[in-house]
Design a protein around this ligand. Structure first.
Ligand code: NAD
Length: 472
């Protein structure tokens, strides 16, 4: 729970006040005013959370999947009932528009128990004599999350980790912990210790991954931190599921409706103020439609009004903090200084708050940071190309590989779009894709097979080949 005295950890089924030590201020990015205080858990608090998860592990793993399903459904209902409160906290700590936060949280909560339903019949230990594949939970999972979807980034993997029989220690981002701390009491239907939440910064996350009582790491965040987490997990020989950054591209072919293409690009580039791992950050547009596409995108972008997330008229909130805004603005300024054409935005608003306008830069140099590094802001870089194939080739010229998309009416080009090197590829806005498809980010965008549905049970359990012969 949160109050003026600061947020608390959730350990062993209880709100646990900090034992002293460092605290961090939580600042509303729309007003720059302090809205809360965050304790930074030290090694002893991390240990208490891990030990609590270890103690709860055997009983949770032994529980019938149908019993776990009932408990997880009860938690989901509580989260849905608390969606307004959670959305308000998210909006105050990281700026998100209230309605967007509420809808995202509700949708994630509705899927929370999905894996638990699939878990019924998944664990096949009842017929051991036949010899077969048996699946065991790993044990204690460390779930470390970023700030851009604070509650969803926790509850999306949490439901499946729990349904698989693991117990969990959550470490949310220091930039958006108030909403995650508020999840603690909503977990009261679960046995104490099955889920624990420790608040803190990178030092807390590092202590958690290093803890010998942790058996699996699920990490979502930046590439730099992901490499550190993977290094520790590698040394400890425990699995690490890593969902990292992206520099996602949209390739637009000749012959597509420029207005439609602009809508797809604007939604992909400006939603959540561009602070989405799968944001459209680069657009490669065929020369034949480039001019009309840029005109339509400029018109669309102007409709992405920005302001406080509590103002129902706006479509974009602020960026999460001053550091993020400085990074975004520096990339835009550098790209323009090196020859990119600023078509819209690119100016820092003078009012308080870490706002940044929807921004379009045409033909920045390929080697500018705007084209090579993750921006995580409401900026779309548009590069004009001479063919669809050139667009695909340029889209692939990146160290990232999270998702990519293409718009084309040409059947041959649809096949070409499959050459986009990314964990997920969407053509023409997508359609009925495979159910519960696994998703494995390419290159620096992550590692490990991730699922957003019932098949996550395959990732979050350890397979054991059981082969039983006849005794003599
Ligand atoms: P970050 O890497 O700075 O922090 C992520 C989390 O790791 C935080 O909880 C942080 O406290 C913790 N942490 C920091 N140092 C650590 C360490 N040494 N050991 C363990 N934990 C540590 O990322 P961020 O700024 O919070 O989030 C933005 C990034 O997340 C972007 O790069 C974005 O693309 C990425 N992201 C990826 C996905 C995805 O699904 N691929 C989704 C959302 C965000």
């Amino acid at each position: 729970m949160t109050n003026d005295d600061g947020a608390t950890h959730w350990i062993g089924g209880l709100a646990v006040a900090s034992r002293g030590g460092t605290t961090l201020a939580v600042v509303d990015p729309a007003t720059e005013l302090r809205v809360g205080t965050l304790p930074v858990a030290g090694a002893d608090e991390v240990s208490a959370a891990v030990e609590s998860a270890r103690a709860a592990g055997p009983a949770w793993a032994a529980m019938k999947p149908s019993q776990r399903l009932g408990l997880l459904q009860a938690v989901a209902e509580r989260i849905i009932s608390a969606a307004d409160e959670l959305a308000d906290l998210e909006s105050r700590e990281m700026g998100k528009p209230l309605s967007m936060a509420r809808d995202d949280i509700t949708m994630s909560a509705e899927g929370f128990a999905g894996a638990a339903e699939a878990a019924i019949g998944f664990f096949t230990v009842d017929d051991a004599a036949a010899g077969r594949l048996v699946r065991h939970p790993y044990g204690v999972a460390a779930l470390i999350t970023p700030w851009n979807y604070p509650v969803c980034q926790v509850i999306d993997p949490l439901g499946a980790l729990l349904a698989a029989g693991n117990t969990v220690v959550v470490k949310p981002s220091e930039k958006a912990s108030l909403s995650v701390a508020a999840l603690g009491p909503l977990l009261a239907d679960l046995p104490p210790g099955v889920v624990n939440i420790v608040l803190g910064d990178g030092s807390t996350g590092a202590a958690l991954v290093e803890h010998p009582g942790v058996d699996l790491v699920h990490f979502t965040g930046s590439v730099a931190t992901g490499r550190r987490v993977a290094g520790t997990a590698g040394q400890r020989l425990i699995p690490a599921f890593l969902e990292l950054g992206g520099k996602d591209a949209l390739v637009i072919d000749e012959g597509v409706d420029p207005t439609w293409a602009a809508e797809v690009a604007a939604e992909g580039g400006f939603a959540n103020t561009g602070q989405v791992c799968v944001s459209v950050e680069r657009v490669y547009v065929h020369r034949a439609v480039a001019q009309s596409f840029i005109a339509a995108l400029t018109e669309q972008a102007a409709q992405w009004t920005f302001g406080s997330g509590r103002d129902s008229d706006i479509r974009m909130g602020p960026l999460v903090d001053a550091r993020q805004r400085d990074l975004v603005h520096a990339q835009v300024q550098q790209a323009v200084a090196e020859g990119g054409r600023l078509v819209l935005g690119g100016e820092l608003p003078s009012d308080p708050g870490f706002f940044y306008p929807p921004t379009i830069v045409v033909d920045p140099p390929d080697e500018s940071a705007l084209m090579t590094d993750e921006t995580f802001g409401p900026v779309i870089a548009v590069r004009v190309v001479d063919s669809f194939a050139e667009g695909i080739e340029r889209a692939n010229a990146t160290e990232y590989g999270l998702t990519a998309s293409a718009l084309t009416a040409n059947p041959d080009h649809i096949a070409l779009a499959a050459h986009l090197r990314a964990g997920a590829v969407t053509v023409n806005g997508g359609g009925d894709g495979p159910d519960d498809a696994p998703f494995e980010p390419a290159r620096a965008s992550g590692a490990g097979r991730l699922h957003f549905g019932p098949r996550a049970l395959e990732s979050y359990t350890r397979p054991q080949a059981l082969s039983v012969g006849s005794a003599r």
